[in-house]
Design a protein around this ligand. Structure first.
Ligand code: CTP
Length: 452
């Protein structure tokens, strides 16, 4: 029996897919089709696949051409599959010419002419259209965003809004954008969605105006500095059938999501303690981070990351919150802040600091074992599940590409396509994060300890 194998994502199954499956089937007696898993697609940078693995497998099944369907989950699996299933020929489209020659050591490799004029990418674009993005702000994070957005298909960053014409013009040139605006209303007319990368204190106003103009909003963290304002923005978005999403990049990364699934599966028992640290060695006091009037300080700057992790694992209803900080006498911002959240059956500590370097790791402790994520835990691609018995330790790797912003952009695009907010960072969780930051800024907590 001559066995053929082929692989693909098969998102929004189209004629190009059917043609290649037909031709592959004709080449032998038995066709095995490998469909990529969601994790694997994310790892290899294919970020805005619309359909779930189950839907894609169903569609391949319906063609009636596959004798066997397998899931492709990791790099290097093809070699193992070919040997395991005793495959004679590996078939793939001509867009991959040369890329799989290394498989010739194991079987025949055939590149078949790709069907012209159709692809999942085009279908995704024509389904959702190309989302025209405008960047609000032209600072450091805005630049990183434009670079990373290029890795996500289905969006075009075309415009930038700001105050300083000279800087905006440079920004436009550097990233080949269409144009810049200093008038927010005119800018909003031109785009479908905005990415807000302004100082924290301006997020609320600019996000609200964008939503009122019917634009989707991806807003830098913290979305606002008060629970009521964050809540209001989400309610407005729901009312207008728009998506608003908080740009805490960790929440959308593959390894972090894998980690959450492991914790929820109960492998380490019931979580009793979380310690997460994030410090930044930034000492330039001219920067926004050190400006109290612009919402600077270590908790507003960095607190969103550990608070997001804590909310995802222990929930959004701590019984008590204690802030312990010390402030910079010159600028008045909190240089170091330890926020202790006491839950019914657990404790969590978020430690953040500016101008001090601490080990940026995270430990999630449970009744059976604990998870250790080395620094920098907020952009990790590795963690260990540890137990009393050291022989039981498990090491988990899930790739994280470059800066990691592309995952949050892709998730935003998916949410817009599905008309449904993401589960990766929910309204409730964003409101919770804002409330913890607000509690500190308003000094409302009776347990707030300030050391000068
Ligand atoms: N394929 C093809 N002709 C097309 C599109 C895809 O022959 N017009 C082949 C690919 O070469 C591959 C298989 O179909 O062998 C599965 O490809 P996949 O990546 O799932 O499809 P694309 O439409 O190329 O997806 P995307 O646009 O997301 O890259």
């Amino acid at each position: 029996m001559k066995k053929i194998i082929t692989y693909g994502t098969f998102d929004l199954l189209h004629q190009g897919h059917i043609n290649i499956l037909k031709r592959a089937k004709e080449m032998g007696d038995y066709l095995i089709v490998g469909v990529t898993s969601e994790n694997y697609d994310e790892q290899r940078g294919k970020l805005n696949v619309m359909q779930s693995l189950v839907e894609r497998i169903e569609n391949v099944k319906k063609t009636g051409l596959a004798d066997q369907i397998i899931v492709e989950e990791y790099l290097g699996q093809k070699i193992q599959d070919i040997q395991k299933y005793d495959v004679d020929t590996f078939v793939i489209g001509s867009d991959w010419i040369g890329k799989f020659d290394y498989l010739k050591e194991y079987c025949n490799v055939v590149y078949l002419e790709r069907t012209k004029g159709i692809s999942s990418t085009e279908l995704r674009s024509s389904k959702n259209g190309i989302l025209k993005f405008g960047v609000v702000g032209n600072g450091r994070i805005a630049k990183r965003f434009v670079k990373e957005a290029r890795f996500v298909s289905g969006i075009e960053v075309e415009y930038v809004f700001g105050r300083n014409q000279e800087k905006l013009s440079e920004f436009c040139k550097e990233f080949s954008l269409v144009d810049y605006y200093t008038d927010y209303n005119n800018f909003l007319q031109k785009v479908d969605a905005v990415y807000i990368a302004l100082p924290h204190t301006l997020h609320y106003q600019f996000a609200k105006e964008a939503l009122l103009s019917g634009k989707h909003v991806l807003c830098e963290k913290p979305m606002t500095l008060s629970a009521a304002e964050t809540q209001e923005l989400y309610s407005l978005a729901t009312q207008k059938d728009l998506i608003i999403q908080e740009a805490i990049k960790t929440a959308y990364t593959p390894c972090f999501n894998h980690l959450l699934a492991v914790v929820k599966s109960g492998v380490i028992g019931n979580v009793k303690d979380i310690e997460a640290t994030f410090t930044k060695l930034e000492t330039n006091k001219q920067l926004r981070e050190y400006d109290l009037s612009q919402g600077g300080g270590s908790l507003t700057e960095l607190g969103s990351y550990p608070l997001c992790l804590i909310a995802k694992i222990l929930g959004t209803e701590p019984q008590k919150v204690i802030y312990t900080d010390y402030k910079d006498t010159e600028t008045g911002i909190d240089l170091m802040n330890k926020v202790i959240l006491q839950y019914k059956n657990a404790i969590a500590t978020a430690t953040v600091g500016l101008g001090i370097k601490k080990e940026g790791n995270c430990v999630i402790s449970g009744t059976r074992g604990y998870i250790y994520i080395p620094a920098p835990w907020w952009k990790t691609e590795y963690f260990e599940i540890r137990f009393e018995d050291t022989n039981q330790v498990k090491k988990v790797f899930v790739e994280f590409k470059d800066d990691g912003l592309r995952y949050e952009i892709a998730e935003f695009l998916k949410s817009i396509g599905r008309h449904k907010p993401t589960y990766k960072l929910t309204e409730k969780e964003s409101v919770f994060i804002a409330s913890i930051i607000e509690g500190y800024r308003n000094d409302t907590s009776e347990s707030c300890i300030h050391l000068y």
